[in-house]
Design a protein around this ligand. Structure first.
Ligand SMILES: [Zn+2]
Length: 243
């Protein structure tokens, strides 16, 4: 799989702070989009050197394996400091270079309020980069590109989602992608007081997916927030579940 192909173009790009964030919050959605024939990609912003468990090298290999399971066509990681990501011009420009290479129509970012400071900052850093990327006077040697839409993966936020993506057919595949991170989720002595036991992770992630699925009348779902108000052309085609 050409995960590092310099010529790759994406329809949907998920940007996240840490390797395994995407698997947890929108992995089922990426699987669904790939099944619809869309070209999907993941940009992780850190290498994971601050994690309690496993090394950055372990996580790189696991991320590669997970990308294969999720069917993404491209995945790469920048080298922002794990646990101390900042919204600086230099960091925005690194993301702009990726946006202009991949030219995604939709970008998925983490929701802007989060327990982990990296997650919250990536919401604004990613938004600002998407804006800068569209400015022709911002020079990178590549053509400007502004994504058509940004949506926020809100699984861990206490917020009512704008919409749910039905991931029911992909729930087992998503679980496999998450479990590819053996350094994080396999039972082991290091961090055992901090980490949920392996057998409970599946139960928790399925319960969350079930909760969001129920909100939309399907079995398993992933929640998203969009900032913009929707624009409707035909009331009979508005995508809501029946009352
Ligand atoms: Zn994270």
């Amino acid at each position: 799989m050409p995960q590092h192909d310099a010529e790759f173009k994406s329809d949907v790009l998920a940007i996240a702070a840490h390797r395994d964030d995407v698997e947890q919050t929108c992995g089922g959605t990426l699987l669904r989009m790939a099944a619809r024939g869309l070209r999907t990609a993941i940009l992780d912003l850190t290498q994971g050197e601050a994690g309690t468990r496993g090394s950055a090298d372990d996580r790189a290999k696991e991320a590669e394996e997970a990308a294969g399971i999720l069917g993404v066509g491209w995945r790469s990681a920048l080298n922002f400091p794990d646990g101390a990501i900042e919204n600086t011009l230099a960091n925005r420009m690194e993301i702009v270079r990726v946006l202009r290479q991949l030219r995604p129509r939709v970008v998925i970012l983490p929701y802007w309020q989060a327990r982990h400071p990296d997650h919250a900052i990536v919401a604004t850093l990613g938004y600002d980069a998407c804006f800068l990327s569209g400015l022709s006077k911002v020079e990178t040697g590549t053509a400007p590109h502004r994504p058509f839409k940004i949506v926020y993966a809100s699984l861990y936020a206490d917020v009512r989602p704008s919409f749910i993506v039905d991931i029911t057919p992909f729930i087992e595949q998503r679980d496999l992608a998450l479990m590819a991170y053996k350094s994080q989720y396999a039972n082991q002595p290091t961090g055992s007081s901090l980490f949920v036991p392996e057998e409970e992770i599946r139960e928790r992630t399925l319960a969350e997916a079930r909760h969001y699925g129920l909100l939309a009348g399907v079995k398993y779902g992933e929640p998203f927030v969009q900032k913009e108000v929707g624009l409707v052309d035909d009331l009979t085609l508005v995508p809501v579940q029946s009352i």
